[in-house]
Design a protein. Structure first.
Length: 265
């Protein structure tokens, strides 16, 4: 495998890095909440539902890169979020298996809709892995505005969201990111940094999670450009790699020791 130094093009890597930072801006704090609530697979379910909305929009002739597809994804994600908020009230103990069931239904629904599509396999690949290298700054402006709105609401509510508030904001954040980076990277962005810093509390844990996320995105994009490998898949691996490396830091080691003692007290 040879190095491709020509791949280090800031015209391509610049917008991709900004896209990653925008995704992380909302997904890191939301990932912390997902872990604390014990509903790990909600992001996969909502992302898959948003993707199903895009597939439905394409089936009726809506341009997959236009605002119509984005509105379809948002509408589908919000409907899914409303359903999960309702099931959370009605069957709270069964919420995790219900989320998994909804994910499977949305995923297989997309397969059925694309079964006879001549480019169905390519559409599914784009949905799962994403095309982060193909984003441009014009595409990122609506995501920037939405991310600022979500972060503002989170600051206003001091991170305390329940019921439809939580599921609705989560759906909007996922809708914006899944079309930029794909389902797999959405899941990794939410869970990997949050899981790696779960032993840290407050601002320290948040800063550490953001650092892992930024290193994972930048490192993955650079390596994918150098070795001409799929960016989305490689970023998932670099996120996991930096999360593992972070476990050797003294602060995280102290946190893992102190946490069981605090829980026992």
């Amino acid at each position: 495998m040879t190095l491709n130094l020509d791949g280090l093009d800031l015209g391509i890597l610049g917008p991709a890095c900004v896209a990653g930072l925008l995704v992380l801006s909302t997904h890191v704090p939301l990932g912390k909440q997902v872990l604390s609530r014990g509903i790990i697979f909600i992001d996969l379910a909502i992302a898959q539902i948003a993707g199903l909305g895009v597939i439905l929009a394409q089936a009726i002739g809506v341009d997959e890169h236009g605002y119509g597809a984005q509105l379809a994804a948002a509408a589908a994600a919000l409907l899914g979020a409303g359903l999960l908020a309702w099931t959370d009230k009605r069957w709270p103990k069964q919420q995790e298996p219900l989320i998994g069931t909804l994910f499977v239904l949305a995923a297989t629904g997309g397969l059925l809709l694309l079964a006879n599509h001549p480019q169905g396999g390519e559409h599914l690949k784009d949905l799962l892995v994403g095309q982060i290298l193909w984003v441009n700054y014009a595409q990122l402006l609506p995501v920037l505005l939405l991310s600022a709105l979500i972060l503002g609401l989170m600051w206003w509510r001091r991170g305390r969201f329940n019921g439809l508030w939580f599921y609705g904001l989560f759906a909007l954040a996922i809708t914006a990111s899944v079309q930029l980076v794909g389902v797999y990277l959405v899941f990794a962005s939410l869970i990997v940094p949050a899981l790696a810093t779960d032993s840290l509390r407050g601002r320290t844990g948040l800063v550490a999670a953001y650092a892992i996320g930024v290193l994972g995105y930048v490192g993955g994009l650079v390596l994918s450009a150098l070795f001409d490998l799929p960016s989305g898949a490689l970023i998932v691996w670099t996120l996991a790699g930096f999360a593992l490396l972070a476990q050797g830091l003294p602060a995280l080691r102290r946190g893992r020791v102190a946490l069981p003692v605090a829980e026992a007290a």
